[in-house]
Design a protein around this ligand. Structure first.
Ligand SMILES: [Zn+2]
Length: 394
């Protein structure tokens, strides 16, 4: 037995009586002879509310029938339904706002609406459009709000598909169509719930756009949602202004300047870090003494091998007869000065070939990862270094 959809004729119906269909004993999934509950479809989420006081968790469109998924089984077969009106009315505002917005996009920008999604915070439509500038977005927002202020009637009619004229988008359904008409603006085949008067979607806020698979995704909010979101945005801006200690209208300048200063400071920090590392490399060289083959070798464990460690190594190796080995938990760096007679790249490559790992480099500096348990020991021996060198350097 098909479920009679009461919301088709009256979207404002909040309470209704119905009879359960089929066996309801111990079942959470209930079918009724008629319902005012809207099932998830056409971009609009399902209603919430209760059947005989039991909360509804989902409403599913199964074609002819609508399934009501309850938190616990229903008692009895006579049912009193009550819809969460706040949620439903919000959905009606967003959905009617979407029809108007799509119609205006069609007229102003010749941009068809490809899809509609109603989220819990904001809704979006995907427009067949390559670009939408800030100026166009503002003009569009003014236009939809002006149209809504005109208080057009929103009505529902049932028309045969073959004779239904002037639809924004041709329906691919046959038989009787449910058509939502917004006087002067739009006629669309739609099964959703809508407000009676266009002014009920006010205000309409067009929030932002984003490119999506070659089209434009436009985010919007209508009615109380738009006010709530604007208030939330304003609160965030006020907190930023307070944080910046600037008047509200100078906050953007403040953060632009701050960001530039941060970039400059970071560059300066990196320059000083490099300078310090080079100095450390030279100091370490001067403090070391040559081994039997005349090379001054430095072996260190470090937390990570970053730019600063590389600068230190290069400074160390810029001196005569020098060799360096840096070991971090996940990589190794080995280097020899050009006059050392040793080849860092070759030593590392040979270790990797024997013990496992990856990496490479030049005769003076090579870096990589060793995977085998004997890797570090083998690399150290091949370069003439003595382990352990457990003086961890941050
Ligand atoms: Zn619709």
């Amino acid at each position: 037995m098909a479920t009679k959809r009461l919301y088709y004729a009256d979207s404002y119906l909040r309470d209704f009586q119905a009879n359960a269909v089929g066996d309801v004993a111990d079942s959470n999934r209930i079918y009724l002879d008629q319902t005012a509950f809207y099932p998830t479809s056409g971009g609009q989420p399902h209603d919430l509310g209760t059947l005989n006081g039991i909360p509804i968790e989902d409403v599913v469109d199964e074609g002819d029938q609508i399934a009501h998924v309850l938190r616990s089984p229903l008692k009895g077969s006579t049912v009193s339904g009550a819809i969460d009106w706040e949620r439903r009315y919000d959905h009606m505002q967003q959905h009617t706002g979407q029809h108007l917005l799509s119609a205006v996009c069609d007229q102003m920008l010749n941009a068809a609406t490809l899809s509609f999604h109603m989220g819990s915070e904001v809704s979006t439509i995907d427009l067949q459009l390559k670009e939408l500038s800030e100026a166009q977005l503002s003009a569009l927002e003014e236009q939809v709000n002006e149209a809504a202020r005109g208080s057009s009637c929103v009505t529902v009619s049932f028309e045969e598909a073959e004779s239904a004229a002037g639809l924004r988008k041709q329906s691919d359904r046959s038989g009787t169509l449910r058509i939502v008409n917004i006087d002067h603006y739009d006629r669309s085949a739609c099964g959703g719930t809508h407000v009676r008067n266009l002014s009920e979607v006010l205000p309409m806020q067009l929030r932002r756009t984003e490119k999506m698979r070659g089209n434009i995704r436009l985010e919007f909010a209508c009615g109380q949602r738009a006010i709530r979101l604007a208030r939330k945005d304003l609160r965030t801006l006020s907190q930023l202004a307070r944080l910046a200690g600037t008047p509200f209208d100078q906050t953007l300048d403040h953060f632009t300047t701050l960001r530039q200063r941060l970039t400059d400071a970071e560059k300066e920090r990196q320059r000083l870090e490099k300078h310090l590392a080079e100095r450390e490399g030279r100091d370490l060289y001067n403090a070391s003494s040559p081994s039997a083959d005349g090379l001054r070798r430095l072996c260190q464990r470090v937390a990570r091998i970053d730019e600063a460690q590389r600068s230190k190594a290069q400074a160390y190796l810029s001196q005569s007869k020098a060799g360096i080995l840096l070991l971090s938990p996940d990589s190794v760096l080995i280097g020899f000065s050009p006059d050392s007679g040793l080849n860092a790249g070759a030593v590392l490559k040979q270790t990797i070939a024997g013990c496992g790992g990856s990496g490479g480099g030049s005769p003076t500096l090579a870096q990589g990862k060793l995977t085998g348990g004997m890797g570090e020991q083998t690399l150290a021996e091949a370069g003439g270094f003595r382990l352990p060198c457990d003086n961890l350097q941050e």
